[in-house]
Unconditional design. Structure first.
Length: 514
């Protein structure tokens, strides 16, 4: 096989800050090459550098694609290559998709621009591509805007767009981050099939080493912007040579659950919580669609309730309903008091997409301190900074990032900033929507340990949403399983994991162990 993508001595920097140092790797035609490493190691900078997507990064070295040098290539040349010869699945689909255009039209636009298909044919092919990625009710989803889809559905739409023009190289930057284990398998099988049928090369970036082991032919390991190990995937996984590679491979979420006190007070009580929306049917008619069936949920001080289910099952809708961020029926009590806006401080949320949740115009200090200015306006600027620095230290971030902006951080670093923002007002309850989905295995374990430690020290209660069942098991006392907006099973965590009753729960556990 010939080298389709050949990177030699590539260095990259944001101003004087170096992020890649003399990186060399090759991706052959028809090969699946994985790039792994901790959050902030330079994986995404390298991936975006292939298509010269970030004008703030200065590159040196050589980046050759299909015999053409891309460093210094003209804007016209790069436009022809982007989307047609090289497709890319971005880590955060909400920010990569156009928010004012239905997703079906966005996919069809690729086919029209790059392949010259008529609009009607392009749209029909867009529907077929969405169906291939596992999205049901494709006509309705194609007509929807990105904010109307779940995180997993948005990611699948992004994949459909990336492969629409049948590129020679697909760069997949965390393509399964927001997906449950069952759909992860479907997406990897889809990419694998497309790669084989079209002899497409894949540069696959992931922090999920179990998926890399299953998917990749070869592996490059990055640490602090430098290559520390390369080779065939089988060799790297079975006989790692570098200490850092061994550390990544041995990192596993450990169960860190403390028994609840018998007299632990109830901090949250939700009764018959349900969510319905109006769905258009033609120009003049609409119907009421229930997307979360009525359910009851209670939470005690120091307890974690894990919520699991496939993408689109209603997990995030439940979280937003409890936070009163969407209209919901039913009653909600916090600490025995009926919910009212003044109680919002007691329950904070960490959102699934940290880049979409962080204001791009605010610095890290302004983002984390914003809630302090609302709930504790008496604090001086020095006291605010002290609280912000303490919150950042809790999530493993240095104080020298206070003046930087969200775009300057990796996905994992942004997620840690989002967690710090939720912690800074010292709430009683955290609603955690995929809090570790963007983190590598090393940082994942550190964040889980942090959450467990905070829970022990402060009696925090968590509602933990994750598609990663190992994360759920690491922290949860009880679990609640959702499917199509309805609870299909609930109970003590270890009991459900050891002997699930519902066939759907059994399927999820089988996929997670595969």
């Amino acid at each position: 096989m010939s080298a389709l993508l050949h990177i030699n001595g590539l260095s990259a920097a944001f101003g004087s800050h170096s992020v890649l140092d003399q990186v060399s790797l090759s991706v052959n035609a028809g090969e699946k090459h994985a790039l792994i490493g901790e959050s902030g190691s330079g994986k995404t900078v390298l991936a975006q550098g292939v298509m010269q997507l970030n004008p703030d990064v200065t590159f040196s070295g050589s980046l050759c694609f299909d015999g053409r040098e891309l460093l210094g290539a003209s804007a016209a040349t790069l436009r022809r290559i982007r989307g047609r010869e090289i497709g890319m699945v971005f880590q955060e689909p909400m920010t990569a998709l156009n928010p004012v255009m239905p997703v079906g039209k966005q996919i069809a636009e690729v086919l029209t621009l790059h392949l010259g298909l008529p609009k009607r044919s392009a749209y029909e092919q867009a529907l077929a591509l969405l169906a291939e990625t596992g999205i049901r009710d494709t006509a309705a989803k194609a007509a929807a805007y990105p904010f109307q889809l779940s995180g997993g559905q948005r990611q699948r739409a992004m994949i459909a767009m990336a492969v629409a023009a049948e590129p020679k190289l697909l760069i997949a930057d965390e393509p399964t981050t927001a997906l449950d284990v069952a759909v992860q398998a479907q997406i990897l099988d889809l990419i694998d099939r497309l790669q084989r049928e079209r002899q497409m090369a894949v540069l696959y970036i992931s922090h999920d080493l179990a998926l890399v082991r299953r998917f990749a032919d070869s592996v490059t390991v990055l640490r602090h912007g430098r290559v520390v190990e390369q080779g065939a995937a089988a060799d790297v996984f079975h006989n790692p040579q570098h200490e850092y590679t061994r550390l990544l491979l041995n990192a596993r979420p450990q169960r860190q659950v403390q028994p609840l006190a018998e007299d632990a007070a109830e901090v949250l009580s939700a009764r018959q919580t349900a969510v319905s929306v109006r769905q258009k049917q033609g120009w003049w008619q609409s119907r009421e669609l229930t997307i979360l069936q009525p359910l009851d949920l209670n939470l005690r001080a120091g307890e974690t309730v894990g919520v699991i289910g496939e993408s689109g099952s209603g997990k995030t809708t439940l979280a937003k309903a409890l936070m009163r961020l969407v209209s919901a029926s039913g009653s909600l009590h916090l600490g025995g008091e009926p919910w009212r806006p003044a109680l919002r401080r007691k329950m904070q949320m960490v959102f699934q997409d940290p880049f979409g949740a962080l204001n791009p115009r605010l610095s890290v200090f302004e983002i984390v301190a914003e809630a302090l200015r609302v709930y504790e306006p008496q604090l001086s600027l020095a006291e605010q900074q002290q609280r912000v620095e303490a919150a950042l230290a809790d999530v493993g971030l240095p104080e020298d990032i206070l003046a930087r902006y969200p775009h300057a951080f990796s996905g994992g670093q942004r997620q840690r900033i989002a967690i710090a923002r939720a912690l800074v007002v010292r709430p009683d309850i955290l609603v955690l929507d995929e809090p570790t989905s963007a983190l590598d295995v090393q940082w994942q374990q550190q964040i889980l340990s942090l959450l467990a430690d905070l829970q022990r020290r402060h009696g925090l209660s968590y509602i933990l949403i994750s598609h990663d069942l190992a994360v759920i098991r690491a922290l949860s006392h009880r679990v609640l399983v959702l499917k199509d907006g309805q609870v299909v099973e609930e109970g003590e965590c270890e009991r459900v994991f050891a002997a699930p009753n519902a066939p759907y729960t059994q399927k999820l556990l089988q996929h997670s162990l595969a």
